[in-house]
Design a protein around this ligand. Structure first.
Ligand SMILES: Cc1cc2nc3c(=O)[nH]c(=O)nc-3n(C[C@H](O)[C@H](O)[C@H](O)COP(=O)(O)OP(=O)(O)OC[C@H]3O[C@@H](n4cnc5c(N)ncnc54)[C@H](O)[C@@H]3O)c2cc1C
Length: 373
């Protein structure tokens, strides 16, 4: 069996590594668009302690402590400049995205999986289909610009808010969510530490605020300085660091109503991306990768495996999309709730996803199934 994976991000890497472990005799190649050094983004949160939670990709590394993960149990929501402290409900693990991706790539290479960098595949005609039994499209939201097959063209929706992903040396010991009124405008920060020296700091605001504050007309540095002033109470004199390639943008949701076509199958953000306010994208990438490994290891052939995979994966990614969309829309319409008392505001925040079956149970159920091979 020969497998080609397009994209060396968490989805493609966890899939390749887990499949190689289950079927060492199968040949797996990965092609990656970037040069192998750059990884976009600062830190992400993942569920649980490495080694104890199979949806946490650090669980598949030999020495996860080298990545200096940070554990977060508390949640702080600031509204009307009043902090409300709560529990996150689950233990969360903050980690640097770059370190995680590099460690997963090292793990794949140590298992004999080849990774070819600076090798973007974008068109159907570029796919070496005759050489492989299965081609896994794990190219993230970049899948939007790929033309592999009409059947796997994504539905693309853009969020209404503008957002930007900064890093900062200010250390946020809890998951922080800050709603700040600034003149007529509302800015929202999502912040938490992901190493003992750095935190993620994602900021969002409405399109109207973005235009009124002239953020689109400023240099990256001026924009970071402006936002740092808005959140000076939280940043305590620390600045915001901009990463090239991570400017202001609208969140892109990619969705599909199918997972495979012929030999091609989708994984990770390429299959379904979901708003960062629920922080589940990497977790979903891991669980869906495990479902594909399970199907390939238990079904008689590739077509049967892809049918079985789709039956399991589609309801899960649709649930993920429901949670992510509900959350995104709550943030996009927050101006309607800013007048609430802090207690009412927290209640509304908590209720935003309550109409849907909970994600942790759905993830745990699918993982239990996937890991029985
Ligand atoms: C602001 C923000 C905050 C987030 N916070 C969290 C969080 O806290 N927790 C969480 O779990 N998730 C979070 N996410 C989501 C998470 O980053 C993604 O869900 C996750 O990276 C998906 O992994 P992936 O492998 O599918 O895609 P990616 O990580 O995007 O990897 C895709 C890879 O494919 C490569 N590629 C692209 N096109 C091609 C091509 N044509 N040929 C070859 N290679 C190609 C890319 O270079 C990249 O290396 C966040 C996302 C954002 C935007």
């Amino acid at each position: 069996m020969k497998v080609l994976v397009i994209g060396a991000g968490p989805a493609g890497l966890v899939f390749a590594s887990q499949l190689k472990q289950a079927r060492p005799q199968w040949a797996i190649d990965i092609v990656e668009k970037s040069d192998g050094q750059d990884v976009l983004g600062w830190g992400v949160v993942l569920p649980g302690r490495p080694g104890q939670h199979p949806a946490n990709p650090l669980s598949y590394l030999d020495a996860p402590e080298k990545l200096n993960p940070q554990f977060l149990e508390d949640f702080k929501l600031v509204h009307h400049n009043e902090p409300s402290l709560m529990s996150t409900g689950v233990l969360l693990c903050g980690v640097e995205r770059r370190g995680l991706v590099h460690a997963l790539r090292d793990k794949c290479r140590s298992q004999g999986i080849s990774i070819r960098f600076e090798s973007p595949l974008l068109e159907h005609g570029e796919l070496p289909l005759a050489d492989y039994d299965l081609v896994v499209l794990a190219n993230g939201v970049n899948h939007k610009t790929s033309h592999f097959t009409e059947a796997l063209a994504p539905q693309v929706d853009y969020g209404r808010n503008k957002y930007i992903w900064y890093g900062t040396s200010q250390l946020f010991d809890q998951m922080n969510l800050v709603f700040r009124t600034h003149g007529k405008d509302i800015f929202i920060a999502h912040a938490y530490k992901y190493s003992d020296t750095m935190s993620t700091f994602v900021v969002e605001c409405s399109e109207e605020t973005y235009v009124r504050a002239r953020l689109g007309e400023m240099s990256d540095e001026a924009s970071a300085e402006f936002v740092a002033k808005v959140f000076q109470a939280e940043l305590g004199g620390h600045g915001l660091v901009n990463q090239p390639g991570l400017g202001w943008r609208n969140f892109m949701t990619l969705s599909h109503d199918r997972c495979h076509d012929g030999k091609l199958v989708l994984l990770g953000d390429a299959l379904q991306s979901g708003h960062f306010s629920i922080g589940h994208g990497t977790t979903m990438a891991v669980v869906v990768a495990q479902l594909l490994v399970k199907a390939l290891c238990t079904e008689a052939d590739v077509p049967a495996a892809l049918r079985s995979f789709e039956e399991r994966a589609l309801p899960l990614v649709q649930l993920f999309r429901g949670h992510a969309d509900n959350s995104r829309v709550w943030f996009e319409t927050v101006d309607e709730r800013m007048h609430l008392s802090s207690a009412e505001f927290v209640q509304s925040f908590d209720a935003r996803r309550k109409s849907l079956p909970p994600m942790p149970e759905a993830l745990a159920q699918n993982l239990r199934y996937a890991l029985q091979r």
